[in-house]
Design a protein around this ligand. Structure first.
Ligand SMILES: [Zn+2]
Ligand SMILES: [Zn+2]
Length: 288
């Protein structure tokens, strides 16, 4: 702070920093709404993909797990091959034909065997060679040999399946839900901090959301579009959690006054300060 605010030759104290000198008006007022929930979540999302020849699929033991599984009752691996994930993948090596069309060695790919036939002609029995041609018995006259593809074993497809985590039912308590009308990058941090400090930051408590909506303006002492919008957004989020059978709202709803100061030091460094809470009990965030 001294580097940004200090005056050469003078003793530096924080009291020497005056808001009027460094804060770019206006100070923005806003509101933040906080509550916490208990949620059922699926913890891991690892995913392993296996690609095998068709006959190997039946060597594996598959699982079909659609519902949430209670971890205490589960026996066996925590990541298992899932039946629903089995899918054919056309073999690339043989383009899904199942065989490779090598040319027949017996007929050199012509489909025909040509042999010399000795023919004795006329009275003097003059030897004459004539060609005798017949279809190749090795390739049935096609010139090509259909041997099973080495990649897919002739099954046209390979098969893929996924090894996925067992969807255990995990209940996580104390998930902070925060909505603030001043768009700060500290939203996540604020939510987490409030989770721990909720009793030492002064907010206005409400038992239900309608109450908050009715009394928010009077409680804050100011009102604008942003505040109205954030109350609506938090309200629909609250209702969503109320309906969600995998979630339970654990805390009361807190409404916090919020202030944003845009500041600039003598040396031109700009920074923001956010404060949440009352005059006496508050937490601040800044990129200073
Ligand atoms: Zn042949
Ligand atoms: Zn193949």
């Amino acid at each position: 702070m001294e580097r940004q605010f200090g005056t050469k030759g003078a003793v530096f104290t924080t009291e020497a920093i005056s808001a009027a000198e460094y804060v770019i008006p206006p100070a923005l007022k806003g509101a933040a709404i906080y509550f916490s929930v208990k949620q059922t979540v699926v913890a891991s999302n690892n995913k392993d993909q296996i690609l095998v020849e068709a006959p190997r699929v039946s060597k594996e033991t598959f699982y079909s797990l659609k519902g949430n599984i209670n971890k205490e009752n589960w026996k066996g691996n925590e990541e298992v091959p899932m039946y629903e994930s089995i899918q054919p993948v056309p073999c690339k090596a043989c383009k899904g034909n199942g065989y490779s069309g090598e040319s027949c060695k017996a007929c050199k790919g012509t489909g025909k065997i040509i042999e010399d036939l000795m023919v004795l002609t006329e009275e003097d029995q003059k030897k004459e060679k004539k060609a005798f041609e017949y279809p190749c018995g090795n390739c049935f006259g096609t010139g090509k040999l259909q041997s099973p593809c080495k990649e897919c074993g002739g099954h046209k497809n390979l098969y893929k399946y996924e090894i996925l985590p067992v969807p255990f039912k995990t209940v996580v308590s104390g998930v902070p839900i925060l909505h603030s009308s001043l768009q700060t990058k500290y939203e996540k941090e604020i939510g987490k901090d409030l989770q721990e400090l909720i009793e030492s930051v002064e907010g206005i408590k409400f038992g239900n959301f309608n109450d908050l909506t009715d009394k928010a303006e009077a409680s804050l002492g100011y009102w604008d579009k942003g505040v109205k919008k954030v109350i609506n957004a938090a309200g629909s989020d609250y209702k969503r959690y109320e309906k969600d059978k995998d979630a339970k709202i654990e805390s009361q709803i807190y409404l916090f006054p919020m202030i944003q100061l845009n500041c600039k030091t003598k040396r031109g460094k700009k920074f923001d300060i956010y404060s949440i809470g009352s005059e006496n009990n508050f937490i601040i965030y800044s990129n200073f």
